[in-house]
Design a protein around this ligand. Structure first.
Ligand SMILES: Cc1ncc(C[n+]2csc(CCOP(=O)(O)OP(=O)(O)O)c2C)c(N)n1
Length: 328
């Protein structure tokens, strides 16, 4: 079977499009609440928000089955939510509370949700890449057709880990989808200032990995690319590389003043808000009325409000239990 002969599954039905929209709205509202909490000093440590990047989170994860694995990065709340993490548990985890998904031990950057095959958010740039490659190798050994996805930022394009894992995944035809969420910056530095070579896609092409670039502000475009890549992975055709061009609406972390960003460019990206685009498409196509879309927002607001209240009221892990789960 050639790489071209795997058919991309059919386009999503209206119910799925609405589900993807709902997931993006939930992420946006969740991140806004985290921003407010972090600004008020309620979140221990640095927190990196993914508002603006919802289409890349949701478009890819909506192409997966429960048996597939994901590995996220430091800007990973959206991946967790898109994968079905409980809103209450995630919020409490970010606030370091005992009721959090990981008992308040992981915080924002190391949330692990094995129940949903989420190998975790990750504070190491590129750290999720070998985890996803390992999950694909494990699936092969178990005779499963499960695929795995690693998400990473453009900053990871220059990490040795990526190149090593791409090479190995290509040689062994591992069922991995490498997803770069290219938001143009690594911390406070524009990607063009630190990235050599004529083309970002060449990072995958040099290993013979089918590589494509999509509009990361368009959930449907991302979803289509991901469906194709997952289909290839399941068919035993090996890895794919997708670069989603996107934009983080906020700073590198909450509190970053973003002096390094050009205002006009930021405005232009904001005008391409993936949620506004999805809402307009759903309305134009008659899949959702304005009232339906409003209801989606209210539902997200209610979930997030409840999660914030519960997380704020929850206890911190008791000091005498802090050494639980520590191995060594
Ligand atoms: C191996 C490693 N090097 C450096 C850092 C410090 N660091 C944290 S986030 C970051 C930038 C990452 O940029 P990118 O991958 O583009 O993701 P973005 O923050 O833009 O989403 C850096 C350098 C780190 N956490 N891990």
């Amino acid at each position: 079977m050639t790489a071209q002969s795997v058919k991309t599954p059919d386009a999503p039905a209206p119910a799925k499009l609405l589900e993807m929209h709902r997931a993006m709205v939930l992420i946006r509202r969740f991140e806004e609440a985290v921003r407010v909490l972090a600004t008020a000093g309620a979140v221990p440590g640095l927190v990196h928000l993914c508002a603006g990047q919802e289409a890349t989170n949701v478009g890819v994860i909506a192409a997966l089955e429960p048996r597939d694995a994901i590995a996220s990065h430091h800007r990973g709340h959206g991946h967790c939510l898109a994968r079905g993490a409980p809103v209450d548990g995630l919020m409490a985890e970010i606030l370091g509370k005992e009721t959090g998904m990981c008992g308040g031990r992981s915080g924002s950057m190391h949330v692990i949700d094995l129940e949903r095959n989420n190998l975790g958010t990750n504070g190491i740039v590129g750290g999720g890449i070998p985890l996803a490659a390992g999950a694909a190798l494990s699936a092969r050994a178990r005779g499963s057709d499960a695929a795995s996805v690693c998400f990473f930022g453009d900053g990871a394009l220059n990490q040795g880990l990526l190149h090593e894992c791409m090479n190995m995944a290509a040689i062994w035809k591992l069922a991995v989808v490498f997803v770069c969420e290219n938001n143009g910056y690594g911390e406070f530095t524009a990607i063009d200032d630190v990235t050599a070579g004529p083309s970002l896609l060449a990072r995958g092409e040099v290993f013979g990995i089918p590589s494509s670039m999509v509009d990361g502000m368009d959930v449907r475009a991302v979803h289509e690319a991901a469906r194709g890549a997952v289909a290839r992975a399941r068919a035993g055709q090996g890895p794919s590389f997708i670069i989603c061009n996107t934009w983080r609406f906020g700073g590198h972390h909450v509190g970053d003043k973003q002096d390094y960003k050009d205002d006009a460019e930021a405005r232009a990206w904001r005008a391409r808000d993936p949620i506004l685009k999805s809402a307009a498409q759903l309305q134009d196509e008659g899949h959702a009325s304005e009232a339906d879309l409003r209801a989606v927002e209210h539902e997200a607001d209610a979930l997030v409000k409840r999660a914030v209240e519960a997380a704020r009221a929850a206890p911190e892990p008791a000091p005498q239990r802090l050494l639980e789960h520590v191995h060594g």
